[in-house]
Design a protein around this ligand. Structure first.
Ligand SMILES: Cc1cc2nc3c(=O)[nH]c(=O)nc-3n(C[C@H](O)[C@H](O)[C@H](O)COP(=O)(O)OP(=O)(O)OC[C@H]3O[C@@H](n4cnc5c(N)ncnc54)[C@H](O)[C@@H]3O)c2cc1C
Length: 432
C-alpha cells in the first residue's frame, strides 16, 4: 500500500518546478524538489544577460505570489521586463528561501532514474499502489534513494541543445569542432566579448534565441572594426522570422522581429536562408567551413571563426526508462499537446490553455510539465507552465474540479499561418 505520508517529488528547480512546489505548499501537501544545478533557476542564469519579452505580470506564478506577499516580500513592477538573471535573483531565489520551501529543496541533486518500487516497466498488477522511487546523485558524489507518491518532471530542455546538422544528428565532425561552437546565447557584449570581437561569427537558427544573439552581435559589430555576422537558417522566407511585430500582444516580443528587420535592411548581417547544414570541418588557420545544401545545390560557407547554435533543444528521457510515459513521435512533447503547438500546423506561439487532463501519462501520478512538456516545439511560455502546475497539483491533491478549470488568458503573438492537419482535432489558436 502507498504510504500516505510520502511527498510529491518535483524534478527540476526552474520556474515551473518551483511553481509546482508553491501550489503544493498552498494545498498543504508535502513535497521534495531536486535541482541538479547549484542555483535555483540554473537555466535562466545560463542566459542571465538576456532580457525577457514578457513582463513580470506574466512571469510570476499566482501561488508563488501569495507566498511571497505573505512574507512581505515585494514584487517587481508588473510591466517591467526582467533580465534572465533577475528571474532568479528577484523571484525564484527569494521564494526558494522561504521556510515553507527551503527545507524541501535539494540543490546539486541530479535525478538519475525514476521507477516504481519493486516493479520494472513491464509489471502491472499492483503497480498503481507502489511508491515511486528516485535515484539521485548528490554533489556529483554519493547516490541517494527517495520514495514519492507522485512525480512531476519539470526538467526543461535547455541542457540538451539540438545539433547544427539539419537532420538532427549529433555527428562526429560537429563534436570535433565543439570548441568553436557555443550552444546557447553567449554574452557577446560583456562576459564573452573577447571570444567574438573582430571575428566572423555564424549564427544558426531562427527563433527568439537566434534573434537575441544577432541583435547583440550587431552592437558588438558597431563597437569593433572587423566583426562579421553570418546568419544560417532553414526557413526560406526570412520575413516569417519577424513574426507578429506590432500586432504581438507582448510588445517586446514583437519588437525583436522589428529590430532584426532593421539590422538586416542596414546590411549588418549576411543571411543564408534555405540552408541545411550537413557538416562542419576545420580548415587551415583554425577556421571552420560549413557545408550544406541550398535549393538542391551544395553550398560551402568558409572562413568562420565561431558558430553560435540556436537550433532549439530536445527533452531528455534517459532517466524515465522504467516509467510508463508517452510522447508525440514528431515533437517529443506530451501527446495531447502536439496539435496545439506543432509548428507544421500553425506558426504562432498562441496555445490554448491546458491542464492535468491533457498532461496525463499512462503512469498514474506521473506528469511532465513546463518547457519539457512541449518537447522540441519552441513556443513555451512561463504562464502556460504555471497553469499546468496549478492544474496538476490540484488533481494530485484530489481537487478534480479545480484541475479541470482553465485559469489562464495568454497574450497572443498576433501572427498565425494555420495549416490544418486533416487528422487533427480542431485546434484553437489566434486564428479562430
Ligand atoms: C532565451 C530564452 C528566453 C525566454 N524568454 C521567455 C519570456 O520572455 N517569457 C516566457 O514566458 N518564457 C520565456 N522563455 C521560455 C521559458 O519560460 C523558459 O524556457 C523557462 O526556463 C522554462 O521553465 P521550466 O521550469 O520548464 O524549465 P527550466 O527553466 O529549463 O528548468 C529546468 C530545471 O531542471 C533542472 N534539471 C534538469 N535535469 C535535471 C535532473 N535530471 N535532475 C534534477 N534537475 C534537473 C535544470 O537544472 C533546471 O534548473 C524563454 C526561453 C529562453 C531559452
Amino acid at each position: 500500500m502507498m504510504n500516505k505520508i510520502l511527498p510529491v517529488a518535483i524534478i527540476g528547480g526552474g520556474p515551473v518546478g518551483i511553481a509546482a512546489a508553491a501550489h503544493l505548499v498552498k494545498r498543504n501537501e508535502a513535497f521534495i524538489l531536486f535541482e541538479s544545478g547549484k542555483e535555483i533557476g540554473t537555466n535562466f542564469l545560463d542566459y542571465g544577460h538576456v532580457r525577457l519579452f514578457s513582463p513580470w505580470e506574466y512571469n510570476i506564478d499566482e501561488a508563488a505570489k501569495e507566498l511571497l506577499l505573505k512574507h512581505h516580500i515585494s514584487l517587481p513592477p508588473k510591466d517591467e521586463l526582467p533580465l534572465g538573471e533577475e528571474i532568479v535573483f528577484k523571484y525564484l531565489k527569494p521564494l526558494s528561501q522561504l521556510p515553507e520551501m527551503k527545507p524541501y529543496i535539494h540543490m546539486n541533486s541530479r535525478v538519475l532514474h525514476v521507477g516504481k518500487k519493486g516493479f520494472d516497466k513491464v509489471k502491472t498488477k499492483g503497480r498503481d499502489q507502489a511508491p515511486f522511487i528516485l535515484r539521485v546523485k548528490v554533489d556529483n558524489k554519493e547516490e541517494k534513494i527517495y520514495e514519492a507518491k507522485a512525480v512531476i518532471d519539470a526538467t526543461g530542455t535547455w541542457q540538451n541543445p539540438n545539433p547544427l546538422n539539419a537532420e538532427g544528428l549529433i555527428t562526429d565532425n560537429e563534436k570535433r569542432v565543439s570548441d568553436q561552437i557555443y550552444y546557447g546565447i553567449p554574452d557577446v557584449l560583456n562576459r564573452d566579448k573577447d571570444r567574438y570581437k573582430n571575428k566572423t561569427v555564424a549564427v544558426v537558427g531562427s527563433g527568439h534565441s537566434a534573434i537575441n544573439t544577432m541583435l547583440d552581435l550587431t552592437q558588438l559589430k558597431e563597437q569593433t572594426e572587423n566583426t562579421e555576422i553570418i546568419w544560417i537558417l532553414r526557413k526560406q522566407d526570412i520575413t516569417e522570422v519577424f513574426r507578429g511585430e506590432g500586432n504581438d500582444q507582448l510588445p517586446a516580443r514583437g519588437q525583436l522581429g522589428t529590430r532584426l528587420r532593421n539590422v538586416l535592411n542596414n546590411g549588418e548581417i549576411k543571411a543564408y536562408p534555405s540552408m541545411f547544414i550537413e557538416s562542419i570541418s576545420l580548415a587551415s588557420g583554425g577556421k571552420l567551413n560549413i557545408l550544406g545544401h541550398r535549393q538542391q545545390e551544395q553550398k560551402m560557407i568558409n572562413n568562420i571563426d565561431e558558430i553560435i547554435a540556436n537550433t532549439g533543444a530536445r527533452p531528455d528521457f534517459q532517466f524515465l526508462k522504467e516509467i510508463r510515459h508517452t510522447f508525440d513521435s514528431a515533437l517529443e512533447c506530451v501527446p495531447d499537446l502536439a496539435d496545439l503547438i506543432d509548428p507544421n500546423i500553425h506558426s504562432c506561439g498562441t496555445v490554448r490553455p491546458h491542464g492535468e487532463k491533457e498532461l496525463r501519462q499512462p503512469e498514474k501520478n506521473f506528469y511532465i510539465i513546463g518547457s519539457k512538456s512541449y518537447g522540441r516545439a519552441p513556443t513555451f511560455l512561463l504562464a502556460t507552465g504555471y497553469e499546468q502546475a496549478r492544474s496538476v497539483v490540484a488533481y494530485i491533491t484530489g481537487d478534480k474540479e479545480s484541475a479541470e478549470r482553465v485559469e489562464l488568458k495568454l497574450p497572443e503573438t498576433g501572427v498565425c499561418k494555420l495549416t490544418p492537419k486533416p487528422s487533427a482535432a480542431k485546434t484553437s489558436c489566434c486564428c479562430d
